[in-house]
Design a protein around this ligand. Structure first.
Ligand SMILES: [Zn+2]
Length: 141
């Protein structure tokens, strides 16, 4: 199973920009791309509306999710996982995040905005109530 996630600086910047635009609420989105051996190569970040509109948890808009999956199919991408922001807490899955992480093949990325000047993004694998860090590589465009 792929244990490394690779994205570009501009994709990382897109996640940060969307997360900051949604403050004080949590923001979320999907990752589309290709699996190359051990590595999930992100080719698109899809912003998805957090229909909970709170700073404590998120639910992805089913409409936005469907639209993103259609675009992935059209682009020949596979769904790699998702991301969401933690406006006030560290980059690690909450108990609720783990409970809602039903897909052990997906990568779960969490962006912490605790320190607004240096956002922290980590990738996680979640299986049951156990989460482990995946390797996240951010490369120049
Ligand atoms: Zn969370």
């Amino acid at each position: 199973m792929a244990k490394t996630v690779k994205m570009t600086q501009s994709q990382f910047a897109q996640i940060i920009a969307h997360a900051k635009a949604c403050l004080p609420e949590e923001a979320c989105g999907l990752l589309g791309g290709q699996i190359e051996g051990d590595t999930k190569v992100v080719t698109h970040i899809y912003n998805v509306e957090n229909i909970d509109h709170t700073n404590e948890h998120f639910s992805m808009s089913p409409k936005d999710q469907l639209a993103a999956v259609k675009k992935m199919r059209a682009a020949g991408e596979v769904p790699l996982g998702n991301w969401h922001s933690h406006p006030e807490t560290p980059s690690r899955p909450s108990d609720e995040d783990k409970r809602l992480a039903y897909d052990s093949k997906a990568s779960y990325l969490i962006l912490s905005l605790m320190d607004a000047d240096s956002p922290v993004l980590h990738a996680f694998h979640v299986e049951g109530d156990v989460s482990s860090r995946e390797t996240l590589i951010i490369v120049e465009d």
